[in-house]
Design a protein around this ligand. Structure first.
Ligand code: WTA
Length: 684
């Protein structure tokens, strides 16, 4: 172990690119003739196929080709992770790989010092890769910008210098609220360069939720933008930020990226322009950080209305994301990788920013929506940039299926070699469509299961060696152990259903909830003890050890792969002055996976009207974001409650999903559900 050069871990050049290309071109010929009928017929044939083994051309050249790797890692997982970490550049070697003395507060690579931006940028530039493109950025109006590793380093070092001049130091929290523009990456990396802790808020969340997250994290600086573009429109961002952020005490500075060029108010002494401070700043050197220094906080929904500040640290997180990105995406030096997520979610953090950059990969970054300027934009970008690896979410795949193959057929997708899925269970039909229509039946599909908390992918198939079973994420990656436990006894289920658990620490795991160690303990480490991480998902494990994730067991709703909490939506709804009570549940949805249904009781004298619906929707959009607006609001005189006053959400879900209600005798007033069911059926 010890400081090591980047050469060891940088992806290898592909050996059999030529052969591969010819195979793919053949399939694309077919792909061009795709029609809805031909796809339908092919999917019907494939639906009976349980396993999909990796194409031979792929396996022959795979990054991970050793079927024994899992077993070797399992024999000594701590040594395995140390070996992975040694592919990074450490300024001081660690003394102890895993410190589990104070479980569940685990520490990895203790004593080691490392800088994330140094590993993502300087190390590659020093190795002569400065001219390699880090991001082919594409704007939604067709503009493009290529940013090389050398340019990204220069911008990052300068913005890091600027942050220092603004008074940001190690451990200070910097909020980032930006759309998908290159500056979001610069801002994140600049924080890591000087040991500041970033707190990125997804651009789709409202300014109100940004204010809340800035407040609870005590952010000193916020990096935002004048405005954001979405589907041809410009949304003012800075004025909204001003409206909600005005009163925040700890916030000293707001840095504004000039993006849309709209006129925005700037407060003297507090607000500065990003380009001006970058131009004026001295580049900052990367500061060696303790391996366990906080790297970022990312707020995520939990069982209560208060979002959880999931906190990741430096050395372990980078080890986890770089290793999994290389293994799961089978990285090669000539890859062009495209992840369609937003940087504001964990997928963006780990697999748009840190994993790809640590591995020196070239990525495509797209600003816009998948259907703007047209419904074939992703496939056009893949064709134009010759994308080799593509990573998206099941909800997006289902949307593309609905839009039709006509949007895919005109594009040459023969550069693709691997497809990834993340965010929710992928139904077999969507899996097969992805495999057949997008991958031309030549690209392994990796269904990757993980969470904001795990930091990196945990369960999937290793694309060169494992067969995929559509609908199952696969098995744990090397170095991880995952179990399915009986909810009653806590005993391991070897075949059957139960609760997902991780019985051993891993480097990229969350370390705590920001300033709330008690909630960290009670959320994750109470159910099965202090050394087994409680995931919060239920799953089935089959006889081959393949895991089929079923869904959340807490009150978290997964809408289009976005995690939202029922409690958070409820509290936004009841903030409406005429609302007395609200219960929010998830309903299965063909497109978004789950959709939000809100049952609402109004205060006496208020009639349910379209105006009230609009106001409730506006309140939710304002407090959380448009993505949290209920798909359906049902007004009711009463909610079904037990005699002790607890709302029976199960019944509300049953009503929304049209199931038989079964036993309702525990209800204080069983007639409530009958009325509700009638109202639901009547579309009220
Ligand atoms: C769900 C997103 C099934 C799961 C990376 C998890 C999945 C939650 C998959 C985490 C998958 C994510 N198959 N379910 N491949 N990937 N999930 O924190 O319920 O936004 O607990 O992280 O999404 O969502 P989060």
């Amino acid at each position: 172990m010890g400081p090591s050069g980047p050469e060891q871990r940088l992806p290898r050049r592909s050996r059999s690119g030529g052969e591969w290309r010819s195979t793919c071109e053949m399939t694309t010929q077919n792909a061009r003739e795709l029609t809805e009928e031909s796809v339908e017929a092919r999917l019907a044939e494939l639906l009976g196929q349980e396993r999909f083994t990796p194409p031979a051309e792929f396996s022959d050249d795979a990054e991970i080709s050793d079927p024994q790797l899992r077993a070797r890692a399992a024999a000594d997982p701590v040594a395995y992770w140390a070996e992975q970490a040694s592919g990074l550049r450490w300024s001081t070697p660690w003394e102890r790989v895993l410190d589990d003395d104070d479980a569940p507060f685990f520490r990895w690579f203790e004593g080691g010092r490392i800088n994330v931006s140094d590993n993502c940028l300087d190390r590659h530039v020093e190795a002569g890769l400065g001219d390699r493109v880090a991001y082919h950025w594409h704007g939604e109006e067709g503009e493009t910008r290529d940013i090389t590793y050398a340019e990204l380093l220069d911008r990052t070092a300068r913005f890091a210098g600027a942050l220092k001049e603004l008074g940001v130091g190690q451990g200070d929290v910097v909020g980032i609220y930006l759309p998908m523009i290159p500056e979001v990456v610069v801002a994140m990396l600049a924080c890591t360069r000087i040991g500041a802790v970033h707190n990125v808020v997804f651009g789709g969340f409202s300014a109100g939720s940004v204010a809340e997250r800035m407040e609870v994290s005590g952010a000193k600086v916020l990096v935002t933008t004048d405005g954001a573009r979405r589907k041809g429109k410009t949304a003012p961002v800075k004025p909204e930020v001003d409206r909600t952020m005005g009163q925040l005490a700890p916030l000293e500075k707001i840095v504004v990226v000039r993006n849309t060029g709209i006129d925005v108010p700037m407060t003297e002494g507090r607000d500065v322009w990003f380009d001006e401070v970058v131009a004026a700043a001295e580049p900052a050197a990367p500061e060696p950080m303790d391996a366990e220094a906080p790297l970022f906080i990312l707020y995520s929904s939990g069982s209560t209305a208060k979002p959880k500040g999931i906190q990741h640290t430096t050395g372990g997180y980078l080890t986890g994301v770089s290793t999994t990105h290389r293994q799961v995406f089978d990285l090669k030096a000539d890859d062009v990788y495209f992840c369609s997520a937003d940087v504001g979610w964990i997928t963006g953090h780990s697999y748009i920013v840190y994993g790809p950059l640590a591995n020196g990969v070239t990525s495509v970054m797209y600003e816009g929506a998948p259907d703007y300027p047209h419904k074939g934009i992703w496939w056009q970008l893949i064709e134009q940039r010759k994308v080799t690896k593509f990573y998206t979410a099941p909800t997006a795949i289902r949307a593309c299926m609905k839009w039709g193959v006509e949007h895919v057929a005109p594009h040459d997708l023969s550069s693709l070699k691997l497809l990834g899925s993340v965010g929710e269970p992928i139904n077999p039909k969507a899996w097969l469509w992805y495999w057949h229509v997008i991958g031309g039946e030549n690209c392994p599909v990796v269904d990757t299961w993980w969470q904001t908390e795990t930091g990196a992918i945990v369960i999937t198939t290793l694309p060169g060696i494992d067969a995929a079973k559509p609908g199952s994420a696969g098995t744990p990656l090397p170095g991880y152990e995952v179990q399915v436990l009986d909810p009653e006894t806590g005993e391991q289920v070897t075949e059957g259903e139960g609760l997902l658990a991780i019985p051993r620490p891993w480097p990229s795991m969350l370390r705590t909830l920001y300033q709330d160690p008690d909630r960290y303990r009670s959320t994750y480490w109470n159910r099965f003890g202090e050394s087994t991480y409680f995931v919060g998902d239920s799953a089935r494990i089959d006889g081959d050890g393949y895991i089929w994730v079923i869904g959340r067991v807490d009150d978290v709703i997964n809408v289009s792969g976005h995690r939202l909490s029922t409690a958070e939506v409820e509290s936004a709804i009841v903030a409406h002055p005429q609302v007395a009570e609200s219960a929010v549940v998830a309903k299965a949805d063909d497109l978004t996976g789950q959709a939000i249904v809100a049952y609402v009781t109004l205060q006496g004298g208020t009639d349910p009207s379209d105006a009230v619906v609009a106001e409730i929707n506006a309140a939710v959009a304002d407090r959380i974001g448009k993505l949290a607006r209920p798909k359906r609001i049902v007004f009711t005189q009463d909610l079904p409650k037990t005699r002790s006053g607890k709302i029976m959400r199960r019944l509300l879900r049953d009503i929304a999903e049209g199931r038989d209600l079964g036993d309702t005798t525990t209800l204080a007033d069983p007639t409530v559900v009958d009325t509700l069911k009638d109202r639901w059926d009547a579309g009220a």
